[in-house]
Design a protein around this ligand. Structure first.
Ligand code: NAI
Length: 340
């Protein structure tokens, strides 16, 4: 998709962070932008920020308060966009997401229902609600496109990121399917996989719905502070929005947007080799893994009197607590996996 001016975008999670950055970028590109989010106060603030950034008329930004995991609410929002802007979106960007980290073996059903509900189910809802409408309105007539904000977590699961990484891996695969599926209609798809964004996602726990509050993870003001300190070092949301725009223009199905894509490409190569190595006998596989680790660690060795680069560490700021631990009262959880 190359021409945005005068067309309609529908962006989820756009009251904050990456979605708000995308709304600014596509509003500046001349699109009418519908922003959907569950937080009314954040939506109210976002509309002014978007028009101030893009110079768009207030009537070209439509704010919709919607819990995107609720299909009826999502359908009502889709109807409202059509009624207001005269058609379904030409560009659907699904960016709403939440994160919550802790030992996967401590996860509750509520941890899965919340994280997978927002990060994956809302994406399914949007695709099923909008894609038929987009095909009927635009196939072979004008450009149309779907994009989703996934994560590098889609490619690399950790023992403390179970529901999140599983949801994002599912999102990636689904978007690969749509990228193929939409070709005959003249549409396309991109899945954006950032590593770290300077956003408000560290505060997501504060807005977790009441009926999903039961968590197996240790969550406190201190863990939220730690997580926020990590995200504060992430990429700027408007810069990320511009990178997504370029990816859509050049129809990159997968967009790896970080400052040094080669670092990610190397990590992904390592991941792929690890997968391939599972076809080998154990001793051979373990020797290859050790050699790969030794090669990786070379970058941290001091060279000719220079100070060695330090591996990236997520230091715990003053007054904060390590995030990603399990609840102290889970008696079957290994001590190494529990909050101290
Ligand atoms: P953010 O918290 O700043 O924005 C996410 C927005 O989604 C919030 O405004 C929130 O209210 C909204 N939202 C949450 N649940 C919702 C629901 N049920 N219905 C409607 N809206 C809902 O966070 P951020 O970081 O901008 O997140 C955007 C996307 O980027 C997410 O999908 C996240 O997983 C992904 N991502 C974030 C990374 C980061 O380091 N922050 C790294 C990689 C991916």
């Amino acid at each position: 998709m190359k021409n945005f001016a005068g067309k309609i975008a529908f962006i989820t999670g756009a009251a904050s962070g990456a979605g708000l950055g995308q709304a600014k970028v596509f509003s500046k590109a001349g699109m009418k932008v519908a922003i959907a989010d569950v937080r009314q106060d954040a939506l109210d603030k976002a509309v002014g920020e978007i028009t101030a950034y893009s110079g768009a008329k207030a009537s070209d930004v439509l704010a919709l308060k919607v819990d995107l995991t609720n299909r009826d609410e999502y359908k009502a929002a889709a109807d409202k966009v059509e009624a207001t802007f005269g058609g379904p979106p030409h560009l659907l960007i699904q960016t709403a997401g939440v994160n919550s980290f802790g030992p996967v073996e401590a996860s509750t059903f509520e941890d899965f229902d919340w994280v997978v509900g927002v990060c994956f189910n809302h994406v399914v809802n949007g695709l099923l609600i909008f894609v038929p409408r987009m095909i009927k309105a635009y196939a072979h007539k004008t450009e149309f496109y779907v994009a989703t904000t996934s994560s590098m977590g889609a490619f690399m699961a950790g023992s403390g990121t179970g529901p999140y990484s599983a949801a994002k891996a599912a999102v990636n695969n689904l978007m690969y399917s749509y990228a193929e599926a939409l070709k005959p209609y003249g549409g396309g798809a991109t899945v954006l996989c950032p590593g770290n964004i300077n956003s408000n996602i560290g505060n997501a726990e504060k807005f977790r719905p009441a009926h999903l509050k039961n968590t197996g993870y240790h969550i406190s003001d201190g863990t939220i502070k730690h997580l926020n300190s990590v995200h504060a070092t992430g990429i700027d949301p408007v810069e990320l929005g511009e990178i997504l725009k370029e990816a859509i223009e050049s129809e990159r199905v997968i967009c790896l947007p970080d400052h040094n894509p080669e670092n990610w490409a190397n990590q992904l190569r390592g991941q792929n080799e690890t997968i391939e190595d599972y076809t080998l006998p154990r001793t051979e596989r373990e020797a290859k893994a050790a050699a790969r680790m030794a090669e990786m660690m070379k970058q941290f060795a001091p060279k000719d009197g220079e100070e060695a680069p330090r591996p990236m560490m997520w230091e715990i700021p003053e007054g904060a607590e390590q995030f990603g631990q399990g609840r102290k009262d889970i008696d079957w959880l290994d001590d190494s996996r529990k909050a101290k």
